[in-house]
Design a protein. Structure first.
Length: 175
């Protein structure tokens, strides 16, 4: 699949200066992929300063990671692993990922997942990566299973989409 990766693709840790571009990315994903995103662009009301602080804090944390996928000078994907802060659960991170619809199926998600798993294994802290994914999002579920994530549970009717309640799956990978 790597043959379809953009030649200028850069996957790197997000920096505070990426805040505005990340906010724009999330808003666009909310508009483009309402069937995989549990909020509207209007509901995402994070300020640039709040995002800058979040990204800066993540850079100084041993169990937080924010990756951006950049091509053509634009953020087209992001992945976050947000770590638990309580001592007894610091080994657990919750993964979230989004890719602009025009870039689906190009290998960007695979590359970001590789980076996140390698990061987790190298932290000396993270032992569990967990996530939630809509039960009807077959593309994402295939990606997560490819990396060894297993289904641990189902949250029934957790999202209301177009008048229909949608389940999501709780999946995890022990690293």
């Amino acid at each position: 699949m790597n043959v379809s990766l953009p030649k200028d693709l850069e996957i790197r840790r997000a920096q505070p200066d990426d805040a505005a571009a990340l906010i724009e990315h999330v808003r666009r994903v909310c508009e483009e992929a309402a069937d995989t995103t549990p909020m509207t662009a209007e509901e995402f009301d994070v300020t640039v300063e709040q995002e800058r602080t979040l990204l800066g804090d993540a850079l100084g944390s041993e169990n937080d990671l924010f990756l951006v996928a950049v091509t053509g000078g634009a953020v087209v994907g992001m992945l976050s692993c947000r770590g638990e802060k309580r001592r007894a659960m610091r080994h657990v991170v919750r993964l979230g990922m989004s890719i602009r619809k025009a870039w689906w199926g190009r290998g960007i998600g695979t590359e970001m997942m590789r980076g996140a798993i390698a990061w987790a294994r190298g932290t000396g802290v993270v032992r569990r990566i967990e996530l939630m994914v809509y039960a009807d999002n077959a593309r994402a579920i295939r990606l997560y299973r490819k990396f060894g994530f297993v289904e641990e549970g189902r949250r029934r009717g957790v999202v209301l989409r177009d008048g229909v309640y949608i389940d999501d799956l709780v999946m995890a990978l022990m690293v």
